[in-house]
Ligand binder design. Structure first.
Ligand SMILES: NC(=O)c1ccc[n+]([C@@H]2O[C@H](COP(=O)([O-])OP(=O)(O)OC[C@H]3O[C@@H](n4cnc5c(N)ncnc54)[C@H](OP(=O)(O)O)[C@@H]3O)[C@@H](O)[C@H]2O)c1
Length: 330
């Protein structure tokens, strides 16, 4: 089969389209014939060697965490999944940017015909992350205010849609003003261009000095620290990433900051709920909305299978808003 392989991570490292053997599923595993795969920010961090934890990955590595296609083979002990099923899949050990890929059966989601492969490949990480940020790590309700850094990414656009659906108000930030319109079209009340102003006074002015109930922050760095000043009484900051850099500062300072308005700080990792009722609930919530059309993962660009390097370059250039996909099979 053909696969996009990264020999070793590094600032200038590139994937190479190469021949590789079709993998065979072991016990509890499923082999998928891929139709589509999606790129995540984490893949760009792996390419550059900046991923928070690379120790579980073996290089040379077939890249790609999330993909969708048709089940080609099932390993021993796999129940309820059969050859020919349409599925979305994720593998934290990667392998998705290939004509065939393995996933643990626990990370396979069966699809109805109503969900096309492009949406199926693109929702696994960003839609389910948005769901758990809003409804597991927080209890979002109508009237709550949410601040999203950045609103323009895959996660930000899904958070916007889900928050608006329950009647919450969304304020977003971006460093790329050409991306503001998309979030506004999805129902964000305000999008702040961070090249033009500091977001804290903008948020405070927009909320009549009250602040927001929830900050979803995937940037880290200074953004994370400043976000506490945009919180309402009892508000919460949930951090899910460090696109802008690793946060600095001492725990003592954080404690003092939290005491200012009885606020709280949470970390977030999507995969910690694998195998629990939370996992099933989040998946079900997303699938129902994708099938009914209430929710759609914004697709920024679909690349042909040969264009993997171009896809990485496009995401890293920050020109696009939403998900980048590899079309593997029609
Ligand atoms: N913890 C978890 O379970 C979990 C789950 C999913 C995602 N994540 C993390 O959440 C983050 C966002 O994911 P995503 O899928 O939404 O990513 P994405 O679609 O690739 O969007 C990333 C956005 O970050 C902004 N950005 C890029 N480089 C930047 C820089 N140097 N400084 C400041 N902003 C920068 C850009 O927005 P603008 O150009 O608009 O400013 C870009 O559109 C990633 O770090 C990802 O690893 C974590």
């Amino acid at each position: 089969m053909r696969a996009h392989i990264l020999r070793t991570p590094g600032e200038d490292a590139q994937t190479k389209l190469s021949e590789a053997p079709i993998p065979r599923p072991g016990p509890g595993e499923v082999l998928v014939e891929n139709h589509c795969a999606a790129l995540n920010w984490g893949d760009t961090q792996i390419r550059r060697g900046h991923y928070p934890n690379l120790s579980h990955l073996r290089f040379p590595l077939i890249m790609g965490e999330e993909f969708a296609g048709v089940v080609a083979e099932v390993g021993a002990d796999v129940v309820d999944i059969k050859v020919g099923d349409r599925v979305a899949a994720s593998n934290l050990d990667r392998g998705g940017f290939a004509e065939y890929a393995i996933a643990p059966a626990t990370r396979i989601i069966k699809l109805t015909d109503r969900i096309p492969f492009d949406q199926a490949a693109a929702f696994f990480v960003v839609a389910r992350t948005a769901y758990h940020l809003l409804f597991s790590a927080f209890n979002l309700r109508a009237g709550h205010r949410v601040l999203v850094h950045p609103v323009s990414g895959g996660v930000g656009l899904m958070v916007t849609q889900m928050a608006v659906e329950v009647g919450a108000k969304v304020i977003g930030t971006t460093y790329s003003p050409h991306k503001m319109a998309q979030a506004l079209n999805l129902g964000a009340e305000l999008v702040i261009d961070r090249n033009q102003c500091d977001f804290v006074p903008e948020v405070m002015a927009h909320t009549n000095g009250d602040g927001v109930d929830l900050v979803v922050d995937s940037l880290g760095g200074e953004t994370l620290w400043q976000s506490f000043d945009a919180l309402a009484l009892y508000g919460r900051v949930v951090n899910i990433g460090e696109t802008q850099g690793w946060p600095e500062g001492a725990v003592r300072d954080l404690r003092d900051k939290l005491y200012e308005r009885s606020t709280s700080f949470a970390g977030f990792e999507l995969d910690v709920c694998e195998g629990t009722a939370h996992w099933t609930r989040g998946t079900q919530y997303c699938l129902e909305r994708l099938a009914s059309g209430k929710l759609a993962v914004p697709i920024a660009q679909v690349f042909s299978f040969e264009q993997c390097r171009e896809m990485f370059a496009a995401l890293e250039s920050r020109k696009l808003s939403g998900k980048c996909l590899l079309r593997i099979k029609d």
